[in-house]
Design a protein around this ligand. Structure first.
Ligand code: GLA
Length: 405
């Protein structure tokens, strides 16, 4: 998804839902009550690049959303306006074997193609999408977009979807039509996250449990490097391929273990093979095994309110993403190193990497000064403007729907 200014993405002075509803009238004229849905972006506390390796992740939703408002039409035309890009996409249903264009409209088209597999979409619609999740920052603007679209369109067409079906449908739209081989974490968190908690998800079994995230004496700051990142064209798909290669290599040598993913490996398994395994593959596999262990240690640290350990785990995760998984950048490393030298309890890049944002765990009461100093230092070093958001665990789309907000 291309980068646009947050102002264009979500007209900031109104809630994104209200904005979508008003824009729907402005763009397409008055009509019946709109069908709406909104879905949040997420921050992944820890467990990066483990979700497509059958591992653990620990994300939470943030109070930034994509919001969709829709109204049915009597013909088969569909028109959808995206405020972020000030563009309208139009087509007729059923979609006629479309090809991806590389633009934002691939998301609605991908979701509609998935819905068309389940039901006859016998009428068209007018729709508007707005939001305030920063785009291309590793905060899952894409997943928030997909989940809000899937929720609103399934309501419009009366298609019943279980939670996991909806999550998988969004992931398939992204994998098969948009062209990013993303895992399942972002869509899962956007739909199922809960207020004041992180969600510990085992991506092999798709079982989850909520872990209270008490921020009474800590603050979580997201610092966006402002360096754009596009997952489909970044090294993300390469990393995914390398992990598959590492798995295949090990499966051939350990057939009795029936490995389903890199997360089935123990550190010992890797030690036994690291002399002969290609170095890059060993590095990728080691990151996955150790990152999984860090997620479980983080859960333990949160349950014991051990801020020091939580912070160390964040730094360790970043080091591994930088050195073993090689998805960091000079700018992201600068922000993390600055944090370490200036009193952060912990910090790491968030999301897929190759640009985007960093997460900083700092003591309560220091946020304003920390944000001011780090953005000044960053500007001095790179001539770039970093933006800062204080984040706290917020409800996912399902909790928002239940609350009717
Ligand atoms: C992106 C993907 C996720 C996950 C992260 C890295 O956000 O969409 O599925 O793989 O990168 O942890």
């Amino acid at each position: 998804m291309r980068f646009a200014s947050p102002l264009a993405w979500g007209l900031q002075w109104r809630s994104p839902l209200q904005t979508s509803i008003s824009l729907l009238e402005e763009r397409f004229g008055p009509g019946k009550d709109a069908i709406t849905a909104r879905a949040p972006g997420r921050v992944n506390l820890i467990g990066e690049h483990t979700d497509y390796n059958g591992g653990y992740v620990l994300p939470f939703a943030i109070d930034r959303f994509a919001s969709v408002a829709l109204r049915p039409r009597t013909d088969r035309r569909m028109r959808i306006y995206a405020a972020a890009f000030d563009k309208t996409f139009e087509a007729s249903l059923p979609l006629d074997s479309p090809s991806p264009s590389g633009a934002w409209s691939d998301y609605p088209v991908g979701i509609l193609l998935e819905l068309e597999k389940r039901a006859n979409l016998s009428f068209g619609f007018d729709g508007v999408i707005t939001g305030n999740v920063p785009l291309g920052a590793g905060l899952s603007s894409s997943a928030s977009f997909e989940v809000a679209l899937a929720l609103s369109l399934s309501k419009l067409y009366g298609i019943e979807l279980e939670d996991c079906e909806l999550v998988r449908l969004c992931q398939r739209a992204e994998n098969e039509f948009v062209g990013t081989q993303s895992g399942i974490m972002d869509q899962y968190a956007s739909l199922l996250a809960r207020d004041r908690s992180a969600i510990l998800l085992d991506t092999a079994s798709l079982e989850h449990r909520y872990i209270p995230l008490d921020l009474s004496d800590m603050t979580l700051l997201v610092i966006n490097s402002g360096v754009q990142r596009e997952l489909a064209s970044s090294g993300y798909n390469d990393r995914r391929r390398e992990c598959q290669e590492a798995l295949r290599w090990l499966q051939e040598r350990l057939p009795e273990r029936r490995l389903r993913s890199l997360s089935d490996l123990s550190p010992d398994d890797l030690r036994q093979h690291e002399q002969t395994m290609p170095e890059i593959l060993t590095m990728r596999a080691r990151h996955v095994i150790e990152e999984n262990a860090r997620v479980l240690e983080m859960v333990n640290a949160l349950e014991h309110h051990d801020r020091t350990t939580a912070g160390k785990l964040l730094f360790a995760s970043h080091a591994s993403l930088r050195d073993l998984f090689q998805v960091s950048t000079e700018e992201l490393d600068f922000l993390i190193d600055w944090g370490r030298d200036n009193g952060a309890l912990g910090a790491r890049l968030v999301g897929g990497g190759f640009g985007g944002a960093t997460l900083h765990l700092i003591s309560k009461g220091c946020a304003a000064q920390y944000a001011e100093q780090i953005t000044a230092a960053y500007h001095k070093a790179f001539g770039l403007t970093a933006t800062t958001i204080e984040v706290r665990p917020s409800p996912g789309a399902k909790e928002l729907e239940i609350r009717g907000t």
